[in-house]
Ligand binder design. Structure first.
Ligand SMILES: [Fe+2]
Length: 304
Protein backbone atom coordinates (compact mmCIF):
# COMPACT_ATOMS: atom_id res chain seq x y z
CA UNK A 1 0.00 0.00 0.00
CA UNK A 2 1.37 3.41 -0.95
CA UNK A 3 1.61 6.28 1.52
CA UNK A 4 -1.19 8.13 -0.29
CA UNK A 5 -3.44 5.06 -0.05
CA UNK A 6 -2.75 4.81 3.69
CA UNK A 7 -3.57 8.50 4.01
CA UNK A 8 -6.84 7.92 2.20
CA UNK A 9 -7.69 5.00 4.54
CA UNK A 10 -7.19 7.19 7.59
CA UNK A 11 -9.00 10.15 6.10
CA UNK A 12 -5.88 12.13 5.40
CA UNK A 13 -4.38 11.86 8.89
CA UNK A 14 -0.95 13.53 8.87
CA UNK A 15 2.10 11.29 9.03
CA UNK A 16 3.20 12.55 12.47
CA UNK A 17 -0.25 12.06 13.93
CA UNK A 18 -0.51 8.59 12.40
CA UNK A 19 2.83 7.64 13.93
CA UNK A 20 1.63 8.72 17.40
CA UNK A 21 -1.52 6.63 17.04
CA UNK A 22 0.41 3.58 15.86
CA UNK A 23 2.91 4.00 18.68
CA UNK A 24 0.07 3.76 21.20
CA UNK A 25 -1.28 0.58 19.58
CA UNK A 26 2.20 -0.95 19.83
CA UNK A 27 2.55 0.15 23.45
CA UNK A 28 -0.78 -1.37 24.53
CA UNK A 29 -0.21 -4.58 22.56
CA UNK A 30 3.24 -4.95 24.12
CA UNK A 31 1.79 -4.43 27.62
CA UNK A 32 0.25 -7.89 27.35
CA UNK A 33 3.49 -9.61 26.29
CA UNK A 34 4.11 -11.24 29.67
CA UNK A 35 0.64 -12.76 29.96
CA UNK A 36 1.17 -16.28 31.28
CA UNK A 37 -1.87 -17.81 29.57
CA UNK A 38 -1.05 -17.87 25.82
CA UNK A 39 -4.71 -17.84 24.80
CA UNK A 40 -5.45 -14.81 27.00
CA UNK A 41 -2.41 -13.08 25.51
CA UNK A 42 -3.68 -13.75 21.98
CA UNK A 43 -7.18 -12.53 22.84
CA UNK A 44 -6.02 -9.30 24.49
CA UNK A 45 -3.49 -8.41 21.81
CA UNK A 46 -5.95 -9.06 18.98
CA UNK A 47 -8.67 -7.14 20.83
CA UNK A 48 -6.27 -4.21 21.20
CA UNK A 49 -5.41 -4.19 17.48
CA UNK A 50 -9.04 -4.44 16.32
CA UNK A 51 -10.40 -1.98 18.87
CA UNK A 52 -7.79 0.64 18.00
CA UNK A 53 -8.33 0.05 14.27
CA UNK A 54 -12.02 0.79 14.81
CA UNK A 55 -11.36 3.92 16.90
CA UNK A 56 -8.91 5.23 14.31
CA UNK A 57 -11.05 4.37 11.28
CA UNK A 58 -14.14 6.19 12.58
CA UNK A 59 -12.06 8.95 14.28
CA UNK A 60 -14.15 8.47 17.44
CA UNK A 61 -14.98 11.77 19.13
CA UNK A 62 -14.72 12.24 22.89
CA UNK A 63 -18.46 12.82 23.04
CA UNK A 64 -19.07 9.52 21.27
CA UNK A 65 -16.70 7.80 23.69
CA UNK A 66 -18.75 9.21 26.62
CA UNK A 67 -21.97 7.97 25.01
CA UNK A 68 -20.51 4.51 24.45
CA UNK A 69 -19.46 4.28 28.10
CA UNK A 70 -22.93 5.44 29.19
CA UNK A 71 -24.53 2.84 26.88
CA UNK A 72 -22.43 -0.01 28.31
CA UNK A 73 -23.07 1.23 31.85
CA UNK A 74 -26.82 1.19 31.24
CA UNK A 75 -26.52 -2.27 29.64
CA UNK A 76 -24.91 -3.48 32.86
CA UNK A 77 -27.52 -1.81 35.04
CA UNK A 78 -30.33 -3.49 33.07
CA UNK A 79 -28.76 -6.93 33.54
CA UNK A 80 -29.75 -9.10 36.49
CA UNK A 81 -30.67 -12.75 37.04
CA UNK A 82 -33.89 -12.33 35.02
CA UNK A 83 -32.78 -9.89 32.31
CA UNK A 84 -29.61 -10.38 30.24
CA UNK A 85 -29.08 -7.16 28.29
CA UNK A 86 -25.50 -8.12 27.32
CA UNK A 87 -26.68 -11.30 25.58
CA UNK A 88 -29.28 -9.20 23.76
CA UNK A 89 -26.55 -6.80 22.65
CA UNK A 90 -24.39 -9.67 21.43
CA UNK A 91 -27.42 -11.15 19.65
CA UNK A 92 -28.45 -7.99 17.76
CA UNK A 93 -24.83 -7.39 16.68
CA UNK A 94 -24.70 -10.90 15.22
CA UNK A 95 -21.82 -11.72 17.58
CA UNK A 96 -23.75 -14.60 19.14
CA UNK A 97 -24.56 -16.11 15.76
CA UNK A 98 -20.97 -15.64 14.51
CA UNK A 99 -19.60 -17.41 17.60
CA UNK A 100 -22.03 -20.26 16.99
CA UNK A 101 -20.99 -20.45 13.34
CA UNK A 102 -17.31 -20.64 14.31
CA UNK A 103 -17.88 -23.33 16.92
CA UNK A 104 -20.43 -25.53 15.19
CA UNK A 105 -18.91 -26.43 11.87
CA UNK A 106 -21.22 -28.64 9.83
CA UNK A 107 -20.77 -32.25 10.85
CA UNK A 108 -22.45 -34.67 8.48
CA UNK A 109 -26.19 -34.25 8.69
CA UNK A 110 -26.09 -32.99 12.27
CA UNK A 111 -28.86 -30.56 13.15
CA UNK A 112 -27.68 -26.96 12.92
CA UNK A 113 -27.26 -24.76 15.97
CA UNK A 114 -28.58 -21.29 16.51
CA UNK A 115 -28.61 -18.61 19.21
CA UNK A 116 -29.08 -19.56 22.85
CA UNK A 117 -30.92 -16.34 23.66
CA UNK A 118 -31.34 -14.73 27.07
CA UNK A 119 -34.30 -16.74 28.40
CA UNK A 120 -32.97 -20.20 29.26
CA UNK A 121 -33.44 -21.14 32.90
CA UNK A 122 -31.65 -24.16 34.39
CA UNK A 123 -33.75 -26.57 36.42
CA UNK A 124 -36.97 -26.48 34.39
CA UNK A 125 -39.75 -28.94 35.34
CA UNK A 126 -39.38 -32.53 34.11
CA UNK A 127 -42.28 -33.72 32.01
CA UNK A 128 -43.21 -37.28 31.09
CA UNK A 129 -43.29 -38.42 27.45
CA UNK A 130 -46.38 -36.80 25.97
CA UNK A 131 -46.58 -34.28 28.82
CA UNK A 132 -47.28 -30.57 28.49
CA UNK A 133 -44.66 -27.85 29.03
CA UNK A 134 -47.25 -25.04 28.91
CA UNK A 135 -47.70 -24.87 32.68
CA UNK A 136 -50.68 -22.57 32.25
CA UNK A 137 -49.12 -20.28 29.63
CA UNK A 138 -51.55 -18.85 27.08
CA UNK A 139 -51.37 -20.23 23.57
CA UNK A 140 -52.56 -22.80 21.07
CA UNK A 141 -51.52 -26.38 21.89
CA UNK A 142 -48.78 -27.79 19.67
CA UNK A 143 -47.83 -31.48 19.52
CA UNK A 144 -44.07 -31.84 19.06
CA UNK A 145 -42.48 -35.18 18.27
CA UNK A 146 -39.37 -36.64 16.73
CA UNK A 147 -36.41 -38.93 17.18
CA UNK A 148 -32.92 -38.18 18.42
CA UNK A 149 -30.26 -39.96 16.37
CA UNK A 150 -26.51 -39.61 15.82
CA UNK A 151 -24.80 -38.86 12.51
CA UNK A 152 -24.60 -42.62 11.82
CA UNK A 153 -28.38 -42.82 12.11
CA UNK A 154 -28.32 -44.71 15.40
CA UNK A 155 -31.05 -43.72 17.87
CA UNK A 156 -29.85 -41.88 20.98
CA UNK A 157 -31.83 -43.02 24.03
CA UNK A 158 -31.79 -40.98 27.24
CA UNK A 159 -30.91 -37.68 25.55
CA UNK A 160 -31.80 -34.69 27.74
CA UNK A 161 -34.17 -32.46 25.76
CA UNK A 162 -34.71 -29.00 27.26
CA UNK A 163 -37.33 -26.78 25.62
CA UNK A 164 -38.54 -23.24 26.23
CA UNK A 165 -40.62 -20.65 24.43
CA UNK A 166 -42.62 -17.43 24.70
CA UNK A 167 -46.36 -17.52 25.39
CA UNK A 168 -49.01 -16.28 22.96
CA UNK A 169 -48.58 -12.75 24.35
CA UNK A 170 -44.92 -12.78 23.34
CA UNK A 171 -43.41 -13.10 26.81
CA UNK A 172 -41.25 -15.70 28.50
CA UNK A 173 -42.20 -16.64 32.07
CA UNK A 174 -39.16 -14.82 33.47
CA UNK A 175 -40.45 -11.56 31.99
CA UNK A 176 -43.41 -11.60 34.37
CA UNK A 177 -42.91 -10.33 37.89
CA UNK A 178 -44.75 -13.17 39.64
CA UNK A 179 -42.00 -15.84 39.59
CA UNK A 180 -44.10 -18.19 37.45
CA UNK A 181 -42.54 -21.14 35.61
CA UNK A 182 -44.35 -21.76 32.33
CA UNK A 183 -43.70 -22.77 28.72
CA UNK A 184 -40.47 -24.53 29.63
CA UNK A 185 -39.56 -28.04 30.64
CA UNK A 186 -37.28 -31.00 30.05
CA UNK A 187 -37.70 -34.64 29.11
CA UNK A 188 -35.58 -37.57 27.95
CA UNK A 189 -35.66 -39.49 24.70
CA UNK A 190 -37.01 -43.04 25.07
CA UNK A 191 -35.20 -46.34 24.37
CA UNK A 192 -35.68 -45.83 20.62
CA UNK A 193 -34.56 -42.19 20.71
CA UNK A 194 -38.16 -40.97 20.34
CA UNK A 195 -39.68 -38.03 22.15
CA UNK A 196 -43.05 -36.30 22.20
CA UNK A 197 -44.62 -33.51 24.20
CA UNK A 198 -47.17 -30.73 24.12
CA UNK A 199 -46.00 -27.15 23.80
CA UNK A 200 -47.54 -23.95 22.41
CA UNK A 201 -47.64 -23.06 18.72
CA UNK A 202 -44.76 -20.53 18.51
CA UNK A 203 -45.70 -16.91 17.86
CA UNK A 204 -43.52 -13.88 16.94
CA UNK A 205 -42.34 -11.67 19.77
CA UNK A 206 -40.10 -8.63 20.23
CA UNK A 207 -36.87 -9.03 22.14
CA UNK A 208 -37.04 -6.79 25.22
CA UNK A 209 -36.71 -3.33 23.70
CA UNK A 210 -37.31 -1.03 26.66
CA UNK A 211 -33.59 -0.85 27.46
CA UNK A 212 -30.40 0.35 25.79
CA UNK A 213 -30.47 -2.41 23.14
CA UNK A 214 -34.01 -1.36 22.20
CA UNK A 215 -32.81 2.26 21.90
CA UNK A 216 -30.01 1.10 19.62
CA UNK A 217 -32.46 -0.79 17.39
CA UNK A 218 -34.81 2.22 17.23
CA UNK A 219 -31.96 4.63 16.40
CA UNK A 220 -30.83 2.40 13.55
CA UNK A 221 -34.28 1.71 12.12
CA UNK A 222 -34.25 -1.97 13.04
CA UNK A 223 -37.15 -4.08 14.27
CA UNK A 224 -36.92 -5.93 17.59
CA UNK A 225 -39.12 -8.77 16.29
CA UNK A 226 -38.00 -12.37 16.31
CA UNK A 227 -39.42 -14.98 13.97
CA UNK A 228 -41.67 -17.50 15.77
CA UNK A 229 -39.64 -20.30 17.32
CA UNK A 230 -39.34 -23.00 19.94
CA UNK A 231 -35.99 -23.35 21.73
CA UNK A 232 -34.22 -26.70 22.17
CA UNK A 233 -31.07 -27.73 24.00
CA UNK A 234 -30.27 -31.40 23.54
CA UNK A 235 -27.42 -33.17 25.29
CA UNK A 236 -26.29 -36.79 25.47
CA UNK A 237 -23.12 -38.61 26.53
CA UNK A 238 -20.49 -38.57 23.80
CA UNK A 239 -22.43 -36.05 21.70
CA UNK A 240 -21.92 -32.36 21.00
CA UNK A 241 -24.59 -30.45 22.91
CA UNK A 242 -27.03 -28.92 20.46
CA UNK A 243 -28.50 -25.48 21.15
CA UNK A 244 -31.06 -24.60 18.52
CA UNK A 245 -34.62 -23.51 17.72
CA UNK A 246 -37.20 -24.64 15.23
CA UNK A 247 -38.99 -21.97 13.20
CA UNK A 248 -42.45 -21.94 11.61
CA UNK A 249 -42.52 -22.20 7.82
CA UNK A 250 -44.52 -19.34 6.37
CA UNK A 251 -43.69 -16.86 9.16
CA UNK A 252 -43.20 -13.47 7.49
CA UNK A 253 -40.33 -12.62 9.88
CA UNK A 254 -38.07 -15.49 8.75
CA UNK A 255 -35.91 -13.20 6.58
CA UNK A 256 -35.57 -10.36 9.12
CA UNK A 257 -35.08 -12.01 12.47
CA UNK A 258 -33.67 -9.43 14.92
CA UNK A 259 -30.83 -11.71 16.03
CA UNK A 260 -29.98 -13.37 12.66
CA UNK A 261 -30.90 -16.80 14.10
CA UNK A 262 -32.84 -18.33 11.21
CA UNK A 263 -31.33 -21.19 9.22
CA UNK A 264 -33.31 -22.81 6.42
CA UNK A 265 -32.72 -26.30 7.82
CA UNK A 266 -34.45 -25.26 11.05
CA UNK A 267 -37.67 -24.06 9.39
CA UNK A 268 -40.32 -26.71 10.01
CA UNK A 269 -43.82 -27.44 8.79
CA UNK A 270 -46.23 -26.80 11.61
CA UNK A 271 -49.48 -28.41 10.45
CA UNK A 272 -52.58 -26.62 11.67
CA UNK A 273 -55.38 -28.86 12.86
CA UNK A 274 -59.02 -27.86 13.01
CA UNK A 275 -60.92 -27.74 16.28
CA UNK A 276 -62.28 -31.18 17.09
CA UNK A 277 -59.54 -33.09 15.22
CA UNK A 278 -58.31 -35.83 17.56
CA UNK A 279 -54.67 -35.38 18.61
CA UNK A 280 -52.22 -38.36 18.58
CA UNK A 281 -52.61 -39.05 22.29
CA UNK A 282 -56.39 -38.59 22.39
CA UNK A 283 -56.09 -35.60 24.75
CA UNK A 284 -59.24 -33.53 25.19
CA UNK A 285 -58.31 -30.08 23.89
CA UNK A 286 -61.66 -28.55 24.79
CA UNK A 287 -62.61 -27.82 21.19
CA UNK A 288 -59.49 -25.72 20.51
CA UNK A 289 -57.48 -25.67 17.30
CA UNK A 290 -54.00 -27.16 17.62
CA UNK A 291 -50.87 -27.72 15.57
CA UNK A 292 -48.27 -30.42 15.18
CA UNK A 293 -44.66 -30.54 14.11
CA UNK A 294 -42.06 -33.24 13.64
CA UNK A 295 -38.45 -32.40 14.48
CA UNK A 296 -35.90 -35.17 14.08
CA UNK A 297 -32.70 -34.26 15.85
CA UNK A 298 -29.26 -35.38 14.67
CA UNK A 299 -26.47 -34.99 17.22
CA UNK A 300 -22.84 -34.63 16.14
CA UNK A 301 -20.18 -36.58 18.03
CA UNK A 302 -18.50 -34.72 20.88
CA UNK A 303 -15.42 -32.89 19.68
CA UNK A 304 -16.61 -32.94 16.04
FE1 LIG B 1 -36.73 -17.08 22.00
Amino acid sequence: MSVSEQDAELGGVAAGQRAREEELVELVTASFRNTEDPRLKQLMQALTRHLHAFLREVRLTEDEWQRAIAFLTETGHRTDDRRQEFILLSDVLGASMQTIAINNEASGDATEATVFGPFFVAGSPEIEAGGDIAGGAAGEPCWVEGTVIDTEGTPVPGALIEVWEADADGFYDVQYSDDRTAARGHLFSDSGGGYRFWALTPTPYPIPHDGPVGQLLAATGRSPMRASHLHFMVSAAGKRTLVTHIFVRGDELLDRDAVFGVKESLVMDFEREAAGTAPPDGRDLGGRTWSRVRFDIVLAPAGA
